[in-house]
Design a protein around this ligand. Structure first.
Ligand SMILES: [Fe+2]
Length: 248
């Protein structure tokens, strides 16, 4: 897990961990509904996750090299790794799905799929917003199940509880208080509204595009099982509503 590489420096060969580099999202400054102060603080929090992820990788590498009992020594570091890594990566998805104009192309496959499952785009937004408004700190995530293409609005506690195995995150909203309190106080609903207004659907489509172009959706809101594309012999099998199977 430590991803070691061999470094050759000054005639010495040593093992080193490849650190993650923080990405920069200064392009988001000036976005309506998000003050510079709020964004600057949020970027610092993200960079803290990157730094802590790198520290944990180093810590685990050292403990592993010392050949201690892994249960007794690096167990805690390995448990913390998921929290820090996800804190890093979830923020990257979040910042990257901001900075847009909130418009989703009605001709896009994802628009049709959302309407296929939720009835209309506004209904999906209402569902996602209700998840984002849940009490607690964490994330609202629109997930795409990679096996079936089904879409789910999911609440993730903190950074590491309730992530869907095999789920591809498409839309992510940070519901930690640091994401909005500076600008909105306790009014998370206004923050959610500002989030939708700045949602960068191009980034979201890029996340799901490979899937859509690979035949998981027929473009009519219906979903094909993997391998059920043209020529597979069994074609379209299911259509899913928000709550489950509605017809065959
Ligand atoms: Fe955050």
């Amino acid at each position: 897990m430590s991803n070691p590489v061999m470094l050759h420096e000054a005639g010495e060969t040593r093992e080193a961990v490849v650190p993650f580099e923080p990405k920069h999202y200064g392009n988001l400054y000036g976005m309506s509904g998000f003050s510079e102060g709020l964004l600057a603080t949020h970027f610092q929090i993200y960079e803290g996750h990157v730094a802590n992820t790198n520290s944990l990788l180093e810590e685990i590498a050292v403990l592993t090299k010392e050949d201690r009992n892994p249960v007794a020594s690096d167990g805690e570091a390995r448990r913390r790794f998921g929290w820090e890594f996800n804190g890093m990566r979830l923020h990257e998805y979040y910042f990257e799905n901001l900075g847009g104009d909130g418009s989703l192309n009605e001709e896009s496959s994802l628009h049709r799929r959302l309407c296929g499952q939720f009835g209309r785009l506004e209904s999906w937004k209402e569902d996602f917003a209700s998840v984002a408004a849940l009490r607690g700190v964490g994330w609202a995530v629109l997930y795409e199940d990679v096996r079936t293409g089904r879409l789910f609005d999911v609440w993730v506690d903190e950074h590491n509880v309730n992530l869907l195995a095999g789920g591809r995150p498409l839309v992510l909203l940070d519901a930690f208080e640091h994401a909005y309190m500076k600008d909105y106080g306790l009014d998370r609903k206004r923050y959610i509204h500002a989030f939708f207004a700045n949602l960068n659907w191009d980034a979201v489509l890029a996340r799901s595009g490979g899937k859509e172009s690979n035949g998981f959706s027929n473009g009519n809101g219906r979903v094909m099982e993997p391998g059920a594309g043209p020529g597979s012999g069994h074609g379209l099998r299911h259509s899913w509503s928000h709550n489950g199977l509605v017809n065959r």
